[in-house]
Design a protein around this ligand. Structure first.
Ligand code: FAD
Length: 344
């Protein structure tokens, strides 16, 4: 019998781990965001927060930033086959690491890579996995992870527990939490644990021949500091021009509701919300967007929200910092003119 993850042995699993996803040697922001959230959870569990960084030998140059963003410890997993993400080698490396050091909680970004890796690992380790969490907390009595995520099409928020298996594994969308640069006094290079995984032939069946960037994707909503989004209230696909002009005037990116994407008015790369991108810019301007829950979960973490809607009862106003009740076909061009005037 495989006792590796016997429910009776949950007490052997300790600490919170964060997967520090990297592409081309650049650690993705979601790793830093998860460290910041992990630190909050660690206060209730009185444990350490460790980051797991995997790549080829050259990735070592990046690890200091994980300490700078608050990791108490870093597990550095290196192998030439880990230079670029592939499911099987990463699953092998991280599953072996997990079984050796036994973290109680393992958090991974709900990115394309993270979703792929987390699902495969959860099966290998025989634990549960809550995908796409938008909230995490610790049950004050049972001291287990409460994993909150939208369910039933976003109409309810479900809180999911994994009481019997370890680690408690969850993926979390980028931008749900905020990263914090906090030099951790405990963090030093002496808190670095090196791990060299052994690959088997069966892990190396897929080879990367070349990596070609899709140049058609020009919008990076998740990194934008200002987003101007259009909804069905803009009436016509050609009115995305007016959204683009306002975005250009404020130096922002163009977002969209799913209704406009489904109608073919704009590409899915622009969609904000539950089945689009989660964003948290400094300023989010919603033009003609109703503010259904599936849209709100993707943008309500924005610092300042300006909503323009002709219906004073539109739900978008419940999350807006500033609301303008009016016709966006008049308000948006007027705003653009004024901003251009002020900015010269
Ligand atoms: C499983 C699931 C996942 C989903 N995921 C997403 C998601 O990721 N992102 C997302 O956005 N939606 C998502 N949706 C869809 C969501 O429920 C809404 O249908 C969608 O967000 C509505 O888009 P909208 O606000 O642009 O359009 P509408 O609901 O049609 O609202 C248009 C708004 O514009 C206002 N308006 C109309 N004319 C004007 C005008 N001239 N000036 C100003 N205001 C005007 C109206 O008062 C109204 O409030 C999802 C739904 C499901 C079931």
């Amino acid at each position: 019998m495989d006792l590796r993850n016997n429910p009776n042995e949950t007490a052997d699993w300790k600490g919170i781990w964060i997967f520090a996803e990297q592409h081309g040697g650049n650690i993705q922001n979601v790793g830093y965001e998860l460290i910041a959230e992990g630190k909050k959870l660690a206060e209730s569990l009185n444990c350490e927060v460790s980051a797991v960084l995997a790549g080829d030998e050259s990735i070592e140059g990046q690890l200091q930033s994980l300490f700078d963003f608050g990791a108490d410890k870093v597990y550095l997993v290196t192998h030439p086959e880990l230079k670029h993400y592939r499911t099987a080698p990463y699953t092998r490396a991280l599953t072996d690491l997990l079984n050796k050091y036994k973290p109680e909680i393992f958090l991974i970004g709900a990115t394309t890579t993270g979703r792929d890796l987390a699902a495969r690992m959860a099966v290998r380790v025989n634990c549960g996995l809550t995908a796409d969490c938008t909230g995490l907390s610790i049950d004050p009595v049972k001291k287990i992870l409460q994993q909150t995520r939208p369910a039933f099409g976003g109409n309810i928020m479900a809180t999911i527990l994994s009481p019997n298996h370890r680690p408690q594994m969850a993926t979390v969308r980028p931008k749900v939490f905020k990263k914090e640069k906090v030099r951790n006094p405990k963090s030093e290079q002496s808190n670095l644990i090196r791990f060299k995984p052994e690959m088997k032939d069966e892990d190396l069946l897929v080879k990367i021949i070349s990596i070609i960037k899709d140049e058609s994707i020009k919008v990076n909503l998740q990194e934008a500091e200002i987003i101007v989004s259009g909804g069905r209230g803009i009436q016509d696909p050609k009115n995305f021009k007016m959204i683009e002009e306002l975005a250009q005037a404020v130096g922002g990116a163009v977002g969209a509701s799913r209704a406009t994407v489904d109608a073919g008015w704009i590409s899915a790369h622009h969609q904000v919300g539950q089945t689009g991108k989660t964003v948290a810019p400094k300023l989010y301007i919603a033009c003609g967007i109703a503010g259904k829950i599936q849209h709100l979960v993707g943008m309500q973490g924005s610092d300042t929200i300006v909503a323009i809607n002709k219906d004073p009862d539109a739900p978008i106003f419940t999350v807006a910092t500033y609301g303008i009740v009016g016709d966006c076909l008049e308000v948006v061009p007027a705003l653009t003119r004024k901003i251009r005037e002020v900015r010269g």
